[in-house]
Design a protein around this ligand. Structure first.
Ligand SMILES: [Zn+2]
Length: 147
């Protein structure tokens, strides 16, 4: 039977944080339409990304820097990691730490293996895009029900 995900709140604002049943349980949601989640083991721990996303994040940085976006008036949108695609708090921390907005930003990111929903076959507690778009989370929920 298909799980009904329609009742879940939508994580439409940057900065949505949830506690979920994952190896690093504090989950930072990406901005609206974003793809990259980040995780914290505890509130004092570093904001960490799943290793499975590293290549995609590198591509995002290259693409974003070659785009006209770096002139965006909002500094977290203009940064090499756009806060629309990655959690706002992570971008804010990088900017506040004085990390240059260039391809070297990848070296300032923390990665660890098997942190994310996809690697753990878990479904996010928030929806993070509108239903007219096909979110992988809905596909995963359907897929898990079939298993
Ligand atoms: Zn992963």
């Amino acid at each position: 039977m298909r799980k009904d995900t329609s009742e879940k709140p939508v994580a439409f604002q940057g900065g949505t944080v949830a506690r979920e049943d994952l190896p690093y349980p504090i989950v930072h949601y990406p901005g609206f339409y974003g793809a990259f989640f980040a995780f914290q083991e505890d509130r004092k721990g570093p904001i960490t990304l799943c290793s499975c996303a590293r290549e995609a994040i590198e591509n995002h940085i290259k693409l974003h820097l070659s785009d006209e976006r770096p002139t965006h008036p909002n500094p977290t949108r203009a940064f090499a990691l756009d806060s629309m695609y990655v959690p706002y708090k992570l971008v804010r921390q990088l900017i506040d730490a004085g990390v240059p907005s260039d391809e070297g930003v990848i070296e300032h990111l923390q990665f660890a293996d098997r942190l994310c929903h996809e690697c753990n076959r878990a479904v996010p507690s928030y929806r993070y895009c509108v239903q007219m778009y096909e979110c992988w989370e809905s596909d995963l929920a359907v897929q898990q029900d079939r298993d």
